[in-house]
Design a protein around this ligand. Structure first.
Ligand code: CA
Length: 224
């Protein structure tokens, strides 16, 4: 899950990034409206956290332009000061999905982020599956052939990303950009390493079953 945070108060922005990264979200930051809009319009995010009062371009304008001009429907969580009630309403009218008033606790933010980023996109369910493997994005439970499989957070993120794009070949670059954040120094080799960890847990123990993760030589990986 890759998240863009657009917030000009560096302290808040950095603490959101840090907190979300501990939860294994990949997070990119923009400190002004123009940068935020530029990233939101060109990169592929699963969620955008957007402050309203921003230098260069305000949050509402960003929201409106993304929805109306760029036809980008990524969920947007608005951050707003408590005395901007009207703005909140406008934000939702312009296509934001939820809002949070400042100051907020990180737990509150995380709950909203979870709800929005796990909201079924394009009719996708919170229960993802392929063959006899299932992954529940709410309870974090992974099972194959009825047996529970314990995954690390990063392995879980990787498997979730593969399952959300079941049957499609994903390049290492795509995987890196959705499972790790922009600034993380991730080498393509790291993806191979993590694919290896996943195989050890979801394919190797099930010898009589078909392998779910496939390597497409020269291109990347796919599941299913
Ligand atoms: Ca601000």
């Amino acid at each position: 899950m890759r998240i863009l945070v657009v917030e000009d108060e560096h302290k808040i922005a950095n603490s959101i990034k840090k907190g979300l990264e501990q939860e294994l979200y990949a997070v990119d930051l923009a400190y002004d409206g123009e940068d935020g809009f530029g990233l939101a319009a060109t990169e592929d995010y699963d969620l955008i956290i957007l402050d309203l009062m921003l230098p260069k371009m305000d949050g509402m304008e960003i929201c409106a332009k993304l929805r109306q001009e760029e036809k980008i429907h990524t969920p947007i969580l608005i951050l707003t000061a408590r005395d901007q009630i009207d703005d909140k309403v406008k934000g939702l009218n312009l296509g934001a999905d939820d809002y949070l008033t400042k100051p907020f606790s990180f737990a509150e933010l995380l709950a909203r982020v979870r709800a929005l980023s796990r909201r079924p996109k394009n009719g996708l369910n919170t229960l993802l599956s392929v063959g006899d493997l299932s992954l529940d994005t709410l309870s974090f439970e992974v099972k194959r052939a009825g047996k529970r499989v314990a995954l690390s957070k990063r392995e879980f993120s990787l498997l979730e990303y593969l399952l959300r794009h079941k049957g499609r070949i994903l390049t290492k670059e795509q995987i890196i950009s959705h499972v790790w954040d922009y600034d993380a120094d991730v080498l393509p080799n790291t993806v191979e390493v993590y694919i290896g960890y996943l195989r050890k847990k979801i394919d190797k123990p099930f010898k009589n079953k078909p392998s779910l993760i496939q390597t497409v030589r020269g291109f990347g990986y796919k599941i299913g």
